[in-house]
Design a binder for this molecule. Structure first.
Ligand SMILES: NC(=O)c1ccc[n+]([C@@H]2O[C@H](COP(=O)([O-])OP(=O)(O)OC[C@H]3O[C@@H](n4cnc5c(N)ncnc54)[C@H](OP(=O)(O)O)[C@@H]3O)[C@@H](O)[C@H]2O)c1
Length: 331
């Protein structure tokens, strides 16, 4: 196919609310060595896109200014030194940005095969959550079948992935949610216990469920007042992986728990990591999660899709936190 010079994409016109997202005609990205150009079929929506839109999460200087961190689509051009992919291959990709568009460039080593039989929306919802959970829960926090893990925000895109993967590895899975509907959703994904933090004290519920021993791993996106409670809810030698600070990054905590229980505190953000680090995570994701997908033991729960032109509505829905699982844009 001959490639156009121009395409439709969603621009952030100014930092602000969802209304600052506008469809615009922009240049089709050039393919650099090591990259592929993908004709986008679907693009996942993630909280970090909302933060970028609001001016709270600047894209790295080398990244596309358009939002969009994950896509599913068809390779339409291949840069030098990209041996794995050919024109016509169907891939999912963790992008450096620019997913909310008709075409998007991605590093070849950050692409994985589009799972057979998966819809565009389900496929596009894989990379960001799989890379994040693989790296934090299994890489940094070293989750194994012997662990009991507490996953905050269980109904989020990240939470839905973490529940399924932790369950598949044999760990006992506790999670927090903001409604009864979300509780049922998390149980349907395999959580052993889902605690509605609006009607129950989640700390008390966690301690009761573990005979006061606490959990051995926590994946936390909430932070703020949760941090001190998380330190108290961890068992000796527990590991605490932080991936976001929805309720704030600056808090007063008692670090005595870290010493007395020999806790490990860790965390990361995916986007600023080097291309080589993301390639290593991609290899881990393919080795660990793609077999689960092939065996039917992992799915992307797609809550709602929107046409690309309605990206603002997708962000409004995400920020209302009424969704369960993934929100996806279709091009
Ligand atoms: N570090 C990384 O590499 C990385 C990568 C991707 C995403 N993230 C972060 O991970 C989080 C989830 O991302 P996502 O794309 O999956 O977003 P999402 O689907 O919108 O999830 C956000 C979740 O946070 C929960 N939440 C919001 N306010 C809360 C509160 N006050 N107390 C407890 N829970 C609360 C919501 O659940 P309830 O309605 O049940 O409260 C919601 O499910 C975001 O904060 C995002 O920035 C980090």
């Amino acid at each position: 196919m001959s490639l156009p010079d121009q395409m439709l994409g969603i621009e952030i016109t100014n930092p602000g609310g969802p209304e600052v997202l506008r469809m615009a005609t922009v240049a089709v990205p050039q393919v650099a060595p090591g990259e592929v150009l993908v004709q986008v079929a679907a693009a996942g929506v993630n909280r970090p896109d909302c933060l970028q839109r609001a001016g709270l999460y600047a894209p790295p200087p080398t990244a596309s200014p358009l939002p969009g961190l994950e896509i599913a689509g068809v390779v339409v051009a291949v840069g030098e030194g990209t041996p794995r992919w050919q024109v016509g291959d169907r891939v999912v990709a963790l992008t450096h940005g620019g997913g909310y568009a008709e075409f998007c460039a991605a590093h070849g080593t950050h692409c994985l095969p589009w799972p057979l039989g998966w819809s565009p929306a389900a496929a596009a919802g894989l990379p960001e959550t799989c890379f994040t959970v693989e790296h934090n829960l299994f890489g940094r926090a070293q989750l194994t079948a012997h662990d009991t893990v507490l996953i905050h925000g269980g109904s989020s895109g990240i939470g839905a992935t973490a529940i399924q993967l932790a369950g598949a590895c044999g760990a006992r899975v506790l999670t927090t949610v903001g409604s009864e509907e979300k509780r049922d959703f998390c149980l349907s994904l395999g959580a052993d216990l889902a605690i509605n933090y609006r009607t129950q004290d989640w700390f008390e519920a966690v301690m009761a469920a573990t005979d006061k021993r606490g959990v051995t791993v926590i994946l936390d996106m909430v932070a703020g007042p949760y941090v001190d409670k998380n330190l108290r809810a961890l068992a000796p030698d527990g590991r605490y992986a932080m991936i976001a600070f929805l309720l704030g990054a600056k808090v007063e905590v008692n670090f005595g728990h870290v010493l007395s229980k020999r806790l490990t505190l860790t965390g990361s953000t995916l986007r600023p990591q080097s291309s080589a680090q993301k390639a290593a995570i991609a290899r881990a994701v393919e080795a660990h999660i793609w077999p689960l997908i092939a065996a039917g033991a992992y799915r992307t729960p797609v809550f709602k899709t929107f046409p690309l032109a309605e990206a603002a509505l997708a962000h409004t829905l995400m920020e209302a936190s009424a969704h369960m699982g993934k929100i996806v844009l279709l091009t």
